[in-house]
Write a protein that binds this ligand. Structure first.
Ligand SMILES: [Mn+2]
Length: 312
């Protein structure tokens, strides 16, 4: 059913990965920093008359998110923004009532793209649809209203140039769909034209993992402007700090000294670089446990798992 909503285009916001605790090796106040980025993006969309579309993974953890974070989001979202569910939003294979994202959808603060949005973009009738993580993309899209533009949001492991190793399927033409914007893959990758469908992977607004790929990534959003004759797309940086200022420096690795003392030195380094979710401990153990007898290594692992189980 057509709505009277009208925007000049879309603002695609990739994978915020919000959480109440600091993930991995971030050293800054990640929960509030990322919330501020999302707030910046939504305000920008509002000022520019763009319809905000979240590309999935609004949350880093699907469940048991901090109450304060949910209250902030209840205040931030006004029911206009669209979203698909990402793998991080779902505790199981599909989104259900135990997942935090379901609260925002049930409260009418966010709209699920499972039901395509219909309205006007750049004064032309348009549809924005989407497919949740783990669900099959449509083979084609047809609509009796014959919209001028059909845009589709996905959160899938798609093979893009530069991401051939991880992708599960190739970009393909979806008859009736002009543009697919994919979340999930956190870096900005080159566009792919498949027949009459263009595929984009703009990357996300949050840097979660400390890696060389993240080091090169500029957090940004993708704006789609619809004009009388067509549409244009522009990737825009979201204000952010340098990689060095948001991530802890690489942890000191245990050297070639005798095993126990190197291990203890490494543990001392861990104390100086504590991470909220135990990422540092996990990596440290992966690198160093092989030097212990298997029963000792297994016991250390068991204790670590027990401790980290309480870390969320
Ligand atoms: Mn993600």
């Amino acid at each position: 059913m057509a709505t009277t909503e009208s925007y000049s285009g879309l603002l695609c916001i990739g994978d915020p990965h919000l959480c109440g605790r600091v993930p991995g090796f971030r050293r800054d106040d990640y929960p509030h920093v990322i919330l501020a980025k999302l707030r910046w993006a939504l305000r920008y969309a509002d000022e520019q008359s763009l319809l905000p579309c979240i590309l999935g993974d609004l949350f880093h953890y699907p469940r048991d998110n901090a109450n304060w974070l949910l209250v902030e989001l209840m205040d931030l979202f006004d029911g206009r923004a669209l979203t698909v569910a990402g793998n991080h939003d779902c505790g199981e294979n599909t989104l259900n009532c135990d997942d935090t994202l379901s609260i925002l959808l049930a409260a009418g603060k966010l709209r699920s793209l499972e039901i395509p949005w219909r309205g006007r973009l750049g004064s032309a009738p348009a549809v924005v649809g989407g497919t949740h993580w783990g669900q099959k993309l449509p083979a084609e899209f047809t609509d009796p209203d014959q919209p001028r533009w059909v845009f589709w949001i996905t959160h899938h492991d798609v093979r893009f140039p530069g991401y051939e190793e991880g992708g599960h399927f190739n970009c393909r033409e979806i008859p009736g769909v002009d543009l697919v914007v994919n979340g999930h893959i956190h870096r900005h990758l080159p566009d792919v034209t498949a027949g009459r469908t263009l595929w984009c992977n703009p990357g996300n607004i949050a840097r979660v993992n400390r890696s060389d790929i993240t080091r090169q990534h500029e957090p940004g959003v993708l704006r789609i402007d619809v004009t009388e004759n067509g549409w244009t797309k522009t990737r825009m940086a979201v204000p952010h700090e340098s990689f060095e200022s948001v991530f802890q420096s690489d942890m000191v690795q245990a050297g070639a000294q005798s095993a126990p003392s190197a291990f203890i030195d490494g543990l001392a380094a861990l104390q100086r670089h504590k991470t909220d979710d135990g990422q540092g401990l996990k990596e440290f153990l992966e690198k160093n446990l092989s030097r212990f007898d298997p029963p000792v290594a297994a016991e250390i692992n068991r204790l670590a798992t027990e401790v980290l189980g309480h870390a969320r």
